[in-house]
Write a protein that binds this ligand. Structure first.
Ligand SMILES: Cc1cc2nc3c(=O)[nH]c(=O)nc-3n(C[C@H](O)[C@H](O)[C@H](O)COP(=O)(O)OP(=O)(O)OC[C@H]3O[C@@H](n4cnc5c(N)ncnc54)[C@H](O)[C@@H]3O)c2cc1C
Length: 510
């Protein structure tokens, strides 16, 4: 009997899942064993690499996958807690008399790649009846491996490069609908039920009580499909007029949790939503009439994503400050732990920065322009800290944490990459209504929600509350320096100093 072990890692979904479809369609495969491995110890509601909300979101994705596999395909997702090689060894013991094909998802993340290599080296060589099968990337539209290995491939540096590349691959691509692969149990030969027992197996009911409660975003394919329907498919005008740089960073009026953009990133990063399905939904709407185009359109956002995936696979040391061809080594100096902590905890005394960081901590999400504001503030803007420190905090906390995208965007915002925004374009962390950070400043509802200390502050002073006269602070019930921190840095002085330091650092690199 031939068993296909389908290892779910970065595509926690049934729809448009080429690995699952292959297992169904293959005439050789008699039985499918879907598995998921939690490979880190859970302590205090988090793991070494995942903060509370991120871990909770991931858990919900696995829980929903478990349910959907059962309901739609009558498959039992086997969930394990332990080191991946130990888990696979224990499965091997159970499947000794079978031929086994391990279907492992493509990844550009070196951690996953190293793990896969080590499995191949230590595992398949000693297990004659085990083999591995890899399929092209299912998290991207492009076949990343094929593109980066094609002759004449050059790292893309701009949206123009990406448009050119997509034109070469797909012709007139903007309204194209890509083929998707939907697993169909009635195709191929009928599959036999199969179950294994392993000491590492764990029931999801045992994990659930160890985790925090979700605060806004709930993980899983079902939520992803519902959000796609509500925010994209049923919103023709929204899609056709989507203009990312114009979107409001302080969320929706009357709902400080709900993004003005699609809010689909957590579902795309965990693979609960196929990027092709999002692309196709936009294409079908765009065919109906006039629409925005890359870089500002939704398709444009997907092109940025594809660009960072290509770079993450083709650039050595993509996540490093040195030895990275896409990163100028600026002299950031020593880590200032106190400032970094104030930034992380939303205690800098700059309400916009603090509100954004508190939102990240509580929900695991932040609008793109909010990410611009806080990353610029931490690096070249005010605090002059190495971008990798902020990157690490984002990686742990974001529910859409994605190795390729997080590093790419931090490189962009720190001003160190060839594709970066100019280093001298520094955001004012105390914005007014004209700021390109698109902050709602009239009522400042977002700030009041995330910084309750400032709830009664007049809007006029709320973005720079230490400038408010004492009697105003008193009548708002918030004394700056006592109830809410004074600014941890003189923003104007810091800006001036940092511009000089950046320029000097660049000159030394010439
Ligand atoms: C410092 C920094 C770190 C970031 N880290 C991450 C990360 O770890 N994971 C992540 O998914 N995004 C990251 N982003 C990109 C971006 O902020 C989020 O993808 C976006 O805000 C998600 O919101 P949305 O789904 O409503 O986006 P929409 O505007 O609705 O866009 C649709 C989809 O396009 C993709 N996308 C949009 N913007 C970008 C972008 N700039 N780069 C790459 N893909 C994009 C996402 O998959 C997104 O869901 C980061 C941005 C910055 C500035």
């Amino acid at each position: 009997m031939v068993v296909a072990v389908v290892w779910f890692r970065n595509s926690l979904r049934i729809h448009d899942n080429p690995v699952l479809s292959w297992a169904y369609e293959s005439e050789n495969v008699d039985s499918i064993l879907p598995i998921y491995i939690f490979d880190e110890e859970i302590q205090q509601k988090s793991t070494l690499t995942m903060g509370e909300q991120r871990l909770r979101f991931q858990f919900d994705c696995v829980d929903n996958l478990h349910q959907n596999l059962k309901d739609k395909l009558d498959l039992d997702l086997h969930v394990f807690l332990g080191d991946s090689i130990d888990v696979l060894e224990s499965i091997k013991q159970q499947l000794q008399s079978f031929e086994v094909i391990l279907l492992n998802e493509y990844s550009t993340n070196p951690r996953d790649r190293k793990q896969s290599e080590s499995i191949e080296k230590n595992f398949f060589s000693t297990n004659q009846n085990w083999s591995a099968k890899s399929l092209p990337a299912s998290q991207t539209i492009l076949d990343i491996e094929a593109i980066v290995n094609s002759s004449g491939f050059k790292s893309p540096k701009s949206m123009k490069d990406m448009v050119r590349l997509f034109k070469t691959e797909f012709g007139d691509f903007d309204n194209i609908v890509f083929a998707t692969s939907e697993p169909n149990p009635s195709v191929g030969k009928p599959k036999q039920a199969l179950s294994v027992n392993s000491e590492y197996q764990i029931s999801l009911d045992k994990i659930r009580p160890l985790l925090s409660k979700p605060t806004y975003f709930i993980g899983g394919e079902s939520e992803a499909i519902a959000r796609l329907e509500n925010k994209v498919i049923s919103q023709q005008d929204y899609v056709n007029s989507f203009n990312k740089p114009k979107s409001i960073s302080t969320n929706t009026k009357d709902n400080p949790m709900e993004p003005t953009t699609t809010g689909l990133s957590p579902y795309i990063s965990t693979g609960c939503l196929s990027i092709r399905r999002l692309w196709n939904s936009c294409s079908k709407i765009q065919q109906s009439g006039e629409h925005t185009v890359p870089p500002v359109s939704l398709h444009g956002q997907i092109l940025f994503r594809e660009m960072f995936y290509l770079l993450s696979r083709s650039v050595e040391n993509w996540d490093q400050d040195s030895g990275n061809s896409q990163c100028k080594e600026i002299e950031w100096g020593e880590l200032n732990q106190v400032q970094l902590e104030a930034w992380e905890l939303g205690q800098t005394g700059f309400p916009l920065i603090d509100a954004m960081m508190r939102q990240l901590d509580a929900t695991g999400w932040m609008h793109h322009l909010g990410r611009h504001a806080v990353s610029c503030f931490l690096t070249r803007g005010q605090l002059w800290q190495n971008w990798t420190h902020g990157r690490d905090i984002f990686e742990r906390k974001l529910i859409d944490s994605d190795w390729a995208l997080n590093n790419g965007n931090w490189l962009w915002l720190a001003g160190v990459a060839p594709f970066s925004m100019p280093y001298y374009r520094i955001y004012n962390p105390c914005p007014d209504s004209k700021s390109s950070l698109n902050v709602e400043t009239k009522d400042a509802e977002f700030i009041r929600h995330w910084i309750p200390e400032l709830a009664e502050f007049p809007s006029k002073y709320i973005f720079e509350p230490h400038l408010a006269p004492l009697h105003i602070q008193e009548s708002a019930g918030c004394l700056i320096g006592k109830d809410y921190p004074s600014p941890i840095i003189d923003r104007k002085e810091a800006r001036k100093r940092n511009l000089q330091s950046f320029k000097l650092s660049l000159e030394k690199l010439r």
